[in-house]
Design a protein around this ligand. Sequence first.
Ligand SMILES: Cc1ncc(COP(=O)(O)O)c(C=O)c1O
Length: 360
Amino acid sequence: MSRVYNFSAGPAVLPEEVLKEAAEDMMDYKGCGMSVMEMSHRSKMFDDIIKEAEADIRSLMNIPDNYKVLFLQGGASQQFAAVPMNLMKKKKAGYIITGQWAKKAAQEAKNYGEVVELASSADKTFSYIPDCSDLAITDDLDYVYICENNTIYGTHYHELPNTKGVDLVSDVSSCFLSEPIDVSKYAVVYGGVQKNVGPAGLVIAIIREDLITDEVLEGTPTMLKWKTQADNDSLYNTPNCWAIYICGLVFKWLLKNGGLEAMKKRNEEKAAILYDFLDQSKLFKGTVEPASRSLMNVPFVTGDADLDAKFIAEAKAAGFENLKGHRTVGGMRASIYNAMPKEGVEKLVAFMAEFEKKNS
Ligand SMILES: Cc1ncc(COP(=O)(O)O)c(C=O)c1O
């Protein structure tokens, strides 16, 4: 068996211990003679899996009792519609545009009500997070929406916007469980799990209970109504059982490794290795303003598209996979999620230094 260093933005690297455990359980989960993929979602075995997963994420994130945790399908993109359908009572919401995912979410919300663009970093190719300390937020907004970590551009909010009392909704897909957050500051926190937590297709939504009501926009599909899912403990229909099980294993891995404080420290150390190298390199340049840098996604360029392509090809041959930047940005991007070992970043940086020596 040989494993590469996988810098994919998602689906992404998962902890090897978790993959091994899942492999061991594959034929016969805890003596029940079948895999988790094959068991009924109504079985006692699966009930234990989903309940334990919920208890573990509650403990990891310190989720207050007045928040529900829902395991939903349809990817993070499905919530781009579910958020306005469930929350747009006054048919008006504010969006902060920090990249493609926030833009897509805003675009979707326009199908259901008025969208006010509160701020944007489009003027500098989304290379920074705008100052959100005093935005023109009025109390007729149903919510303020952010994408907290911008996977494509490599930016991250280091301070939440001052929403002036309006509910905050955050897409945390690419920074999920990478560091502690104070859930009580949000109305809704949700993320696709395929970056830091598990297989694609599952979304975990953490929603303040008072927002889960029957009062949704007319025409909201039963499946997209959060109340349907909350009333049925995420088992209204057949859920993505396998993904929930893998997330559960990842939660246990996180708990065993010191929880989110420890993960933050580890992620800061890993990111610093790469950013410190970029800051002194004469060939490679980070594309993000230092104050807005993400710990998870690190885009960089040489400034020469041919040299970028050469780097990506040589890196791949050396066992560093998926370093090509997003098609809308070009260059390179190293995604260094929780499960990327420090050694993977150290080796990448050593490879970059060698490449720089040969190509300067
Ligand atoms: C920040 C962010 N939001 C949303 C999405 C969309 O997720 P999905 O493919 O699960 O719909 C992604 C996917 O990469 C993302 O990075």
